[in-house]
Design a protein around this ligand. Structure first.
Ligand code: S3P
Length: 161
């Protein structure tokens, strides 16, 4: 299963909740990229640009998707063609964790480990530009503004998950 959604939608937390209930591994793509690069996300963005980060993120996605587990992706994974196509064609269920912009922004505001979180209007533009992409690749859309346990149990009710 692959979780997608904007920054702050709770992908990592939901993946570990699901991992406990389903007794399968949770994999965090951001962590995989950091391991692959041997540097932090802000360092990758600074030294290799967003393009360098997206390339590594795609490699991590392609690699980890062969493992039986729950993959929490990074919020921008759908903006890179190769990753988008990968998600669109994967046999695994892709779950989109949706919440409105203000809810998400209040969760990520001021986070220095997220290089794309700067001015609010810029973040809003990213959000607006990504909504359709999430919906195009997702098999299911879940309301991610609810408490974590509710989001987890809603996903567990989906038959193919
Ligand atoms: C990004 C989201 C981040 C991380 C990187 C870029 C994005 O992951 O991959 O900072 O473009 O939205 P989270 O969604 O886990 O914050």
């Amino acid at each position: 299963m692959i979780l997608i959604g904007f920054m702050g939608s709770g992908k990592t937390t939901i993946a570990s909740g699901l991992s406990e209930k389903m007794n399968i591994q949770a994999i965090d793509l951001d962590e995989e990229v950091v391991k692959l690069a041997g540097k932090t996300i802000p360092q990758i963005f600074e030294e290799e640009g967003e393009a360098g980060f997206r390339q590594k993120e795609f490699e991590a996605l392609a690699r980890t998707s062969t493992i039986r587990g729950i993959i929490a992706t990074g919020g921008g994974v759908v903006t890179y063609d190769r990753s988008y196509n990968f998600l669109k064609n994967t046999g695994q269920p892709v779950i989109y964790l949706h919440a409105d912009f203000d809810t998400l922004y209040s969760r990520i505001e001021g986070d220095e480990n997220r290089p794309l979180v700067k001015r609010k209007d810029q973040v809003r533009r990213l959000y607006d530009g990504r909504l359709d992409l999430y919906r195009q690749v997702a098999d299911h859309e879940i309301n991610a503004s609810l408490p974590v346990e509710e989001v987890v149990s809603t996903i567990l009710e989906i038959k193919e998950c």
